[in-house]
Design a protein. Structure first.
Length: 181
């Protein structure tokens, strides 16, 4: 389902929708060009950063009824993707591309909510695994249905646009060393 920006049922990010009579990023790009020169990269980066704010606010609002943030949701989904429903905390950090402290905090919150339990790694007896609980699997299923129904906040785009966006951003991720092609 697609919504024009002003009628979206989800918060736009920040405290409220801005509903400005002009595009502040486009205006900044014009001023940038006058003062510093080419502004395409600055405008693109600023747009990506604003899109990140908007999407994170929308996704977190959809996940709030489940006492989840998008970061905690991603960790739960990752655990559902594993064969055993469990992964070492280090693997979670690696796959989600986040700092070990963030993984620890995320798993702490999920464990307090009863969605994950920690257990010793049976392979080495020293490491710790995060294991998704049945309650966690149920929350993932319900939350995923809500996110899918909302098009992950990207319902205003068609599949071709989304694929093109993914490819454009993949180039940036490869250049940053996330992975090699």
């Amino acid at each position: 389902m697609s919504f024009p920006p002003s009628s979206s049922p989800l918060p736009a990010g920040g405290a409220r929708p801005l509903n400005l009579p002009f595009d502040p990023i486009e205006r900044a790009a014009e001023t940038w060009r006058e003062k510093f020169g080419p502004s395409s990269a600055m405008a693109a980066v600023t747009s990506i950063m604003r899109a990140h704010q908007i999407l994170l606010a929308q996704l977190d609002a959809l996940l709030k009824p489940y006492d989840l943030t998008f970061a905690r949701y991603e960790a739960l989904v990752l655990l559902t993707f594993s064969r055993t429903g469990a992964l070492p905390l280090s693997k979670i950090g690696e796959r989600l591309m986040v700092h070990p402290t963030s993984v620890t905090n995320t798993v702490d919150r999920l464990e307090r909510s009863g969605l994950v339990k920690r257990m010793r790694n049976p392979r080495d007896g020293r490491g710790v695994l995060a294991h998704i609980t049945e309650e966690g699997r149920g929350v993932v299923a319900r939350a995923t249905a809500d996110l899918m129904n909302a098009g992950f906040g990207m319902g205003m785009y068609g599949d071709a646009d989304l694929d093109a966006m993914f490819d454009l951003l993949k180039t940036l991720r490869v250049a940053a060393g996330d992975f090699s092609v």
